[in-house]
Design a protein around this ligand. Structure first.
Ligand SMILES: Cc1ncc(COP(=O)(O)O)c(C=O)c1O
Length: 355
């Protein structure tokens, strides 16, 4: 029988196939405010040539480079930030065992770091956060070794929503000059803090961004990796030539130009997040002060809570399998009108599971 490499056969699928996707989707950190109307107008204006020709990434990379204030050769557009992660794990970790490679990350964090780490078959160095779930900076520093080839940090982190401070991130990046250090800024716009300004002094630093969150383009699959030009050039060699589709590329300019949409989305989300945290406070539930578009909350019987919410037409994420997140769920912040219903459902579901 045909079998894949052992690490691939042992991987846990990302989605459980039995879970229905029907309901208000507050389980995947998508933008509930949709996307800019300017993007929709661009989509409607697409021509046959926009879809019949292979996509050209270069113009989009220039746009993003100008927007971020870096040079074009420092930017790689990717098929969502997931592809940027895939490229980095493949470029810097050596599964052959000839060059002992370790990937270092903190727990809990974005699940793709462990998935890709397992898939490459290298050693995973997972450092547990303490009770407050903040980035365990000293422990991470202590676990940097000559074999560390990749450090991955989501900031703000998923599923906690917590952000680490700039100087701590810089200490980790500079402590491992022979390792790639990825700061995954998928939720940057909600938090406003970035490591982009450190690129000039840190040749091992990479910053990842995505259009899936505040821009509301998760379905188009477009992400960005920024790093030192010579490192981005290696990743460009590994990347398939037409990784970002022409529809996503066509919409990029409109998405970037509509910063008013971004501002409105951020401010509505902040309001919604505070209101959600207020509900958790009233219910006496422990939650983590989020700098992102979702909140992690300890409900106790997480799986029963998720089921109860689903019965009320709302999907939320059971994160209890993440280290340190027993009994927790992650709730994406929706629009103000959606959140009215969500608050009611949360109160009912908590009453139900504690009955
Ligand atoms: C921390 C983090 N990084 C990366 C991603 C992947 O983003 P994309 O949709 O661009 O692949 C996500 C998506 O949820 C995320 O939470």
């Amino acid at each position: 029988m045909l079998t894949p490499r052992t690490p691939i056969a042992k991987l846990i699928p990302y989605h459980s196939p039995i879970v229905s996707r029907e309901g208000l989707s507050l389980d995947l950190n998508e933008s509930m405010a949709g996307c800019s109307p300017r993007v929709l107008a661009r989509l409607r204006s697409l021509t046959a040539a926009d879809v019949s020709l292979y996509p050209q990434r270069e113009a989009g990379e220039r746009l993003v480079a100008d927007f971020l204030g870096v040079s074009r050769d420092q930017v790689l557009l990717t098929n969502g930030m997931d592809e940027a992660l895939f490229l980095m794990f493949n470029a810097y970790l050596d599964p052959s065992g000839l060059d002992k490679s370790e990937v270092l990350f903190a727990d809990p964090t974005f699940v793709m770091y462990s998935t890709l780490g397992y898939a490459t078959g290298v050693d995973l160095v997972r450092v547990s956060a303490g009770e407050d779930l903040s980035l365990p900076v000293e422990k991470m520093l202590a676990h940097i070794s000559p074999s560390t080839r990749l450090i991955a940090i989501a900031n703000p982190n998923n599923p906690t929503g917590l952000a680490a401070c700039h100087s701590d991130l810089l200490r980790i990046v500079t402590a491992a000059p022979n390792s790639a250090a990825l700061i995954d800024e998928a939720y940057f716009e909600f938090c406003g803090e970035t490591m982009l300004g450190e690129l000039a002094q840190c040749p091992n630093l990479f910053v990842g961004r995505t259009f899936s969150k505040v821009y509301g383009l998760a379905g188009l699959r477009i992400g960005v990796l920024v790093g030192a030009a010579e490192q981005i050039e290696f990743l460009r060699r590994l990347c398939v030539p037409f990784n970002v589709n022409s529809v996503a590329l066509a919409c990029l300019e409109e998405a970037l130009n509509d910063q008013e949409f971004v501002r409105q989305n951020v401010s509505a989300m902040e309001e919604g997040r505070h209101a959600l945290e207020h509900v958790f406070e009233e219910l006496g539930l422990q939650f983590w002060p989020s700098r992102a578009s979702f909140v992690l909350v300890k409900v106790g019987r997480a799986s029963d809570f998720v089921t109860s919410m689903r019965q009320r037409g709302i999907l939320v994420r059971d994160t209890s399998s993440h280290p340190g997140c027993g009994g927790c769920v992650r709730v994406t912040v929706g629009t103000p009108s959606q959140m009215k219903r969500v608050h009611i459902a949360i109160r009912e579901a908590i009453a139900e599971i504690h009955r």
